[in-house]
Design a protein around this ligand. Structure first.
Ligand SMILES: C[C@H](O)CC(=O)SCCNC(=O)CCNC(=O)[C@H](O)C(C)(C)COP(=O)(O)OP(=O)(O)OC[C@H]1O[C@@H](n2cnc3c(N)ncnc32)[C@H](O)[C@@H]1OP(=O)(O)O
Length: 809
């Protein structure tokens, strides 16, 4: 705020240079916009001003309208916070002025920044300037005339593509497209812009107002054809996104009724969209993502990150080779270690394949691929480790699980194996070297127990698939005694005699009423009617409390007799986590990809990990273009811990008689990339069983165990691995629901016997969603209560980037 200003300097040539400044990206805050208007008024009045050059200070034109205003708007609901820029500033003050304006653009002109430039009569840019209208990623549409001026400057197909993809282009391409009039060096930018402004004022160059142009629009039928295709595509790529269709509607209005009408319609629609739940979600995500790099006592204590030049990666499987690829592409030398030369060769091969795939897709040049391979060295022992700044140890369990299915043995072996690896690393690596592990669940304190280097032991948890790839709770394996839902008793019969400790969280569907009990918690159990639940809550000492959060009772069609008690009291004042069940539209799920593609890096700290080590890992994470989120040490850490009930909810429903393919459909319609059963097929049943056991051990009081995965394994299914799981996987075709899995599901239902009266429960799609996601919200609250995340919004980002949870929700 202190540095926000708009300056005007009038030269002897008669050009007024208006410079705006609001570091770091010259966001167009309302007071800056007011300042611009005031300077323009002044320039118009002064006789010595013939023309105007508009520019941003500090090497950047503008990152767009100040998004924090949207944030305030979401809190207050006060739409008057939005200044009238489109008509008042851009049309009346700049575009229709008696003196011409030229935008001198450097660095970036995004969103409202580019729209401001498009309102000028010409645009001169420095090389490699980023130009784009990314508003749709915030759940809104451009609101300063961008939907109207962009098609008029670059033509309809390019404009539609730029708007819907939110991708920016460089000034060189902008010049070819007609968005930019001249590209000149940064040094010459102001000089050339002044000349252009004078040339326009003195009619040596055409005085063009973009909004009145029609020469690039094409005929109405051509435009309608383009918009029709775009609408169809947007329905597929952004099925829950209102802003995409709205943007196309507004473009059409401008073509049918003229640019000015289009601008008015744009303002009306963008004012509606900005209040939508999609915009609320996406604006939250914008700031939440940036907040993750602010870690108390790490990034605010004056520490400087150390350089990481050499990294050892232990394990060349899918994950290890993916991480190694990412490091190599960031110019960090890698020692890839494996236990024998066969595995090592396979690991190196995987890296080569990763690079080749990038080459083929044009994302990498041959030179860069060769450079990356030249700084890779495969090793079979620790002798080179004296040179490394960081070691990343892969989760060796994965191999153990693949090879032997004895879960208990695998876990025990794994812990002692890990401990001995870290003792050896302590000796082999220099004292400054960071000792990181990619474990997805194992307690880091135990990992480092046999060393005296606990301050440099840290978790570097990369994610390789959208959800729980390396640590889902699955259905458990039945080793541990867990509480299971019991069959519902007939009405009027004696209630299931549960103890106080059995029941603690009771949620009611009745608006704003929640029953919360004390003692140990349990996320679900089968009970009777709502009234009976209330009685039970009271009888067991539960506290009846009215709270504002969501609660849930899945009522069967027998008059609400079946209750799934899912929810704890929603904690007030916890940003971003709550409001489950609220429908939000918009957004496209993240893609699935290997470790060097997935964006989240969970940095797991123990109480002993030093701030310097965390800072260094954050820095490496950012170098790898990941979003690092610092979390605490607990089973599953933040993301897998929060989502462990996700699979359990799905399995509970399946065992209650709900069709697994319907469950998958409901969840993918909600916006997850795939449903829980397809995901389980993809991640493999070994992982599901093993990590399920870990979660059952840690969170016995809220674990539901289903025999289903065990039965699938016994019947020779292992999901995508052998092409047979809940779905059939055939090369070249989409996974197809496998009807032959249904008898196995029936067998599971028979064994667990929780269907009320032996009949499948009847649930709505919304109830399915809530059964699966509400326990996740509960767990998120626990994760926050235990301080596993620095702030609630970190968990939102981790869920979006690590689990592909739809950001717009
Ligand atoms: C009506 C209009 O049509 C509506 C609009 O214009 S909406 C805005 C459209 N513009 C955008 O979406 C661009 C958003 N910004 C970005 O994509 C990126 O910040 C950027 C490419 C400009 C710069 O990226 P990068 O250099 O990595 O810096 P980044 O960390 O993202 O941002 C630096 C700071 O500027 C802030 N910032 C960036 N753009 C901002 C904006 N438009 N408004 C408010 N703050 C913004 C960030 O929050 C961050 O603040 P912090 O340091 O306190 O965390």
């Amino acid at each position: 705020m202190a540095n926000m200003r708009v300056l005007m300097e009038v030269g002897s040539d008669g050009v007024a240079v208006i410079t705006f400044c609001n570091p770091p990206v010259n966001a167009l805050a309302p007071s800056l916009i007011a300042g611009l208007k005031e300077k323009y008024k002044c320039a118009m009045k002064r006789d010595d001003v013939k023309a105007i050059v508009l520019t941003g200070e500090g090497g950047k034109f503008s990152g767009g309208f100040d998004i924090s205003v949207f944030q305030n708007l979401h809190i207050t609901g006060d739409i008057s916070l939005l200044p009238d820029v489109s008509v008042d500033l851009l049309i009346n003050t700049i575009e229709d002025a008696k003196k011409p304006s030229v935008a001198a653009i450097q660095g970036l002109a995004l969103g409202g920044g580019l729209e401001l430039a498009m309102g000028c009569h010409a645009r001169v840019a420095s090389p490699k300037t980023q130009l784009g209208l990314p508003e749709l990623t915030l759940g809104v549409i451009p609101g300063f005339g961008g939907t109207q001026r962009l098609p008029r400057l670059v033509g309809m197909p390019t404009a539609v593509e730029m708007l819907l993809s939110s991708k920016s282009i460089l000034s060189e391409d902008g010049k070819k497209l007609g968005l930019i009039d001249a590209v000149v060096s940064s040094e010459e930018l102001l000089k050339v812009s002044r000349l252009w402004a004078l040339d326009i004022a003195e009619r040596r160059r055409p005085w063009i107002t973009s909004l009145r142009r029609t020469d690039k629009l094409g005929s109405l039928s051509e435009v309608r054809g383009i918009l029709k295709v775009a609408r169809q595509q947007a329905r597929q790529t952004a099925p829950n996104m209102p802003q995409h269709q709205a943007c196309l509607d507004v473009i059409e209005e401008g073509v049918v009724s003229g640019g000015y009408s289009g601008v008015l319609k744009e303002t009306e629609v963008s004012n509606e969209l900005v209040l939508s739940s999609t915009a609320r979600g996406l604006v939250h995500v914008f700031f939440a993502q940036r907040a993750t790099s602010k870690v108390p006592r790490v990034t605010d204590v004056g520490l400087k990150p150390r350089q990481t030049k050499n990294v050892a990666v232990i394990g060349g499987g899918l994950m290890g080779s993916g991480i190694a690829t990412a490091l190599l592409l960031s110019n960090i030398s890698v020692f890839l270690m494996e236990i024998n030369s066969e595995y090592l060769q396979q690991g190196v091969k995987k890296i080569e394949v990763n690079l080749q795939s990038l080459l083929t897709r044009g994302k990498l040049t041959q030179d860069k691929a060769e450079k990356a391979l030249s700084i890779l060295k495969g090793v079979l022992d620790y002798s080179e480790f004296k040179h490394v700044d960081m070691v990343i140890e892969m989760d060796t369990r994965r191999k153990l699980f693949d090879e032997c299915f004895s879960i208990l043995q695998a876990v025990i072996e794994n812990i002692s194996l890990k401990q001995s690896i870290f003792s050896e690393l302590e000796k082999a690596c220099p004292p400054h070297c960071i000792l990181a592990t990619n474990t997805s669940t194992i307690d880091l304190n135990i990992v480092g127990e046999k060393t005296s280097s606990q301050d440099r032991i840290v978790g570097a948890h990369f994610f390789s698939s959208p959800i729980l790839k390396d640590g889902d709770a699955g259905a458990g394996n039945g080793v541990h005694q867990v509480r299971q839902p019991k069959p519902r008793e007939e009405k009027g019969s004696q209630r299931d005699p549960r103890s106080k400790s059995d029941i603690c969280e009771l949620g009611l569907a009745e608006e704003n009423l929640k029953i919360a009990g004390g003692g140990r918690s349990m996320d679900w159990c089968l009970l009777g009617s709502v009234a009976e639940m209330v009685d039970l809550g009271r009888a067991t000492g539960g506290v009846v409390a009215a709270v504002t959060g969501t609660g849930y009772v899945g009522a069967g069609d027998d008059g609400g007799a079946t209750g799934f008690l899912l929810f704890s009291q929603q904690k007030k004042g916890k940003e971003g986590i709550g409001k489950s069940g609220e429908r939000r539209d918009g957004g496209k799920p993240n893609g699935i990809g290997p470790a060097h593609v997935m964006p989240l890096l969970e940095i797991v700290q123990t109480r002993k990990t030093s701030a310097q080590v965390i800072l260094d890992l954050i820095t490496v994470g950012k170098t790898l273009k990941k979003v690092p989120v610092v979390v605490g040490n607990c089973t599953g850490f933040a993301v897998n811990r929060t989502f462990f009930p996700y699979m359990q909810g799905a399995h509970l429903l399946a065992n209650l008689g709900v069709d697994v393919f319907r469950i998958d459909r409901v969840i993918s319609t909600f916006g997850m990339p795939m449903g829980p059963f397809q995901l389980q097929d993809l991640s493999g049943y070994g992982i599901a069983l093993a990590t399920g056991k870990e979660f059952a051990t840690a969170f016995l009081d809220r674990t539901f165990v289903s025999p289903l995965i065990d039965l699938l394994v016994k019947s020779g299914r292992s999901g995508k691995n052998n092409g047979k799981g809940f779905y059939i996987y055939e090369k070249g075709s989409k996974p197809k629901p496998d009807a032959s899995v249904l008898p196995i599901i029936e067998e599971s239902r028979g064994l667990i016997n929780i269907m009320p009266g032996g009949k499948p429960v009847s649930v709505s799609d919304q109830e399915i969603l809530e059964m699966i996601l509400f326990p996740v919200v509960n767990e998120a609250c626990r994760v926050m209560d235990e301080g596993v995340v620095v702030r609630a919004s970190d968990l939102d980002i981790a869920s979006v980037l690590g689990m592909s949870f739809p950001s717009y929700r």
